[in-house]
Structure formats: C-alpha cells, structure tokens
Write a protein that binds this ligand. Structure first.
Ligand code: UTP
Length: 233
C-alpha cells in the first residue's frame, strides 16, 4: 500500500521553517511505514520562500514571465523537499526525486519513503502528486495545506464562503478555473485538478494538524474536504 501526501510549502515553511510541524510529521511517517508493506510518497511545496523569491524576481526584472517564476518556485520546493528527505534519510534509499518520470519501474520503489519537490514549469507540486499517484497505483492524494477545508468560494474575498466536506470534480473545477498562475494560492491547482478528474482520483484536502492526518491514514472521520469522492465525473 502506497500513500501519496502533498505537503504544502505553506506548512513546512510558513515564514521560516516550522520545525515543530516537520518533527511531528516525520514522526508520523515513521509510525506509519513501520507496519507491513506500507510506503509513503511525499511531495513538498515551496511555501513562503517560493513566493518571496518569485516576488523579488518580478521586482528586479520587471518581468512577469511565468517560466522563470516557476523555475524559482521549483528551487524552493526542492529546498523544502531536501529537508524532509534528509530528515527521513534512513527510510529512503534514493535521492530526492526531480522528475516523476524517472519512476518507471512500476508501483514499487525501493525504500519505504520517496520524497519529491517540484518538476517543471507550468503547474504546482499538486500536479507532481497526481502524476506520482498514477505511477504508484494510488487512488487517493492527501493534500495538506494551511487551510482545513475547501470553501465554496474564496473566504478571503467572499464572506458567504462555506467550508465543504465533499465536492465533485465538476464543481471543484468551477471553483479553481483552468488557468495556471505561478505562486497561485488555490486548494488544488487547475492543471492538477484536470488530470486528477480524468484519472478519477480522490483528493483529501486537510490542514496541518498531525492528529487529524493520523485519522485520515486510519480511515477514521477527519476534518477536511474530499474532492471527487463519488464516481469519476
Ligand atoms: P507549490 O505551489 O507547489 O508550493 O510550488 P506551495 O504553494 O508552497 O504549496 P501549497 O499550495 O501550499 O500546496 C511553488 C511554486 O513553484 C512552481 C510554481 O510557480 C509554484 O507556484 N512550481 C512548482 C512549478 O513551476 N512546477 C512544479 O512542478 C512545482
């Protein structure tokens, strides 16, 4: 059994590194993979460093070119991923994954844990998580971020936005749109959304709480939003 978790950069590095979160998360990974044939694929986002450096690039170069901003963001994801990779070094026997297409030997990888950051311009680490879920034969991606649930609209701009327990891919696609914008702050990026809907994947969006993540892993009731819970649409 392989569990795919997209760990939002906003919870690894909300400003500086949140060492308490990273410590607690790594301890949970260790508990989880200690049993049976369980494996974990962890994909790390860029968080505050990605946004800050992208902002700096826009200011210095006076350019809004997407590709350069994306490349800068990818560097930040790999910095966060390097931290998790090395903190879990004894559980993984491969270097940080830079390209999910390298994982061509089927659903199994050697070691208990596989850690990846970003891949290439044009999407976020959400898309990398979807690609790795497909490669590993996983039907679910757990997407952890700094919001506990998906809302019916953007809660920062719409006071009527309601937290949701479930949402179909069709409704979710209406929420996030189709366009990729570097550094976008969406519950799941539009490119990853399109692919996940095509594959009929289920995405569980949840916050940073480690006890809640444990409930998700145990298949117990949790706080979060299940996207695409029903039949693929
Ligand atoms: P993410 O958007 O994945 O990190 O990558 P995040 O926002 O910290 O993660 P969440 O939203 O909390 O889950 C940061 C930036 O890096 C670039 C994009 O510009 C993205 O916004 N990136 C990342 C890519 O261009 N390609 C990738 O494969 C990954």
């Amino acid at each position: 059994m392989t569990v795919v978790i997209s760990v939002g950069g906003s919870i690894i590095a909300p400003e500086g590194v949140d060492c308490d979160f990273v410590r607690g998360f790594c301890a949970l990974v260790r508990r989880f993979v200690a049993h049976g044939e369980r494996r974990m694929v962890l994909i790390c986002g860029g968080g505050a460093p990605a946004r800050r450096y992208q902002e700096a690039y826009r200011e210095i170069s006076a350019s809004t070119a997407h590709e350069e901003q994306d490349r800068i963001g990818i560097a930040a994801t790999r910095l966060n991923a390097a931290l998790l990779h090395d903190a879990l070094a004894d559980l993984t026997d491969r270097p940080l994954l830079l390209n999910p297409e390298e994982l061509d030997q089927g659903p199994q990888f050697s070691g208990r844990v596989l850690v990846s950051g970003g891949w290439k311009p044009g999407f976020s680490t959400d898309f990398v998580a979807v690609t790795l879920a497909e490669k590993c034969g996983a039907d679910t991606v757990i997407n952890l971020s700094n919001i506990d649930k998906v809302y019916s609209a953007d809660p920062r701009t719409n006071p009527d936005a309601q937290p949701l327990d479930t949402i179909s891919w069709t409704d979710f696609r209406r929420l996030v749109g189709d366009e990729w914008v570097p550094g976008a702050n969406l519950p799941f990026d539009p490119i990853a959304t399109r692919r996940a809907a095509e594959l009929g994947l289920r995405v569980i969006a949840a916050g940073r709480d480690i006890a809640n993540l444990e409930l998700i892993l145990e298949g117990k009731p949790f706080v979060g939003t299940t996207i695409g819970a029903a039949a693929p649409d």
